[in-house]
Design a protein. Structure first.
Ligand SMILES: [Zn+2]
Length: 115
């Protein structure tokens, strides 16, 4: 079980990540706007625009997933289960949490099960 000073530290890290992800999200709203069909762009550049849009949508999707993970990590801090592997219930390595505070699995479980 993690002591409350450590938990507070991870909570601050997670809140920082969350703020960063949300500000990125606000900046990228325009890039995921629908591509103009009857624009003056040629066929090729319109295809490029669609690719850029799909990439932006993919990044947006990943960002939303990460936001959910960070939020659930914050919830786990509050209910005292933070830092516990969701699969094997062993404590997650401290260095791993420092690098990826929203991680759900310990190193062993993550290595044994590529997502
Ligand atoms: Zn595990």
């Amino acid at each position: 079980m993690m002591d409350s000073d450590d938990a507070k530290q991870y909570e601050n890290m997670l809140l920082g990540i969350l703020a960063e992800l949300r500000s990125e999200m606000n900046q990228e709203i325009d890039e995921t706007a629908p591509v103009e069909v009857n624009g003056s762009m040629g066929r090729v550049s319109r295809g490029d625009a669609i690719q850029v849009q799909q990439l932006a949508l993919e990044m947006k999707r990943r960002r939303e997933e990460r936001i959910l993970r960070v939020e659930s990590a914050l919830m786990r801090i509050r209910n005292g289960t933070y830092g516990i592997c969701v699969r094997c219930q062993d404590p997650i390595e401290q260095g791993r949490l420092n690098a990826l505070p929203d991680v759900l699995l310990c190193l062993e479980c993550a290595a044994g099960s590529p997502r």
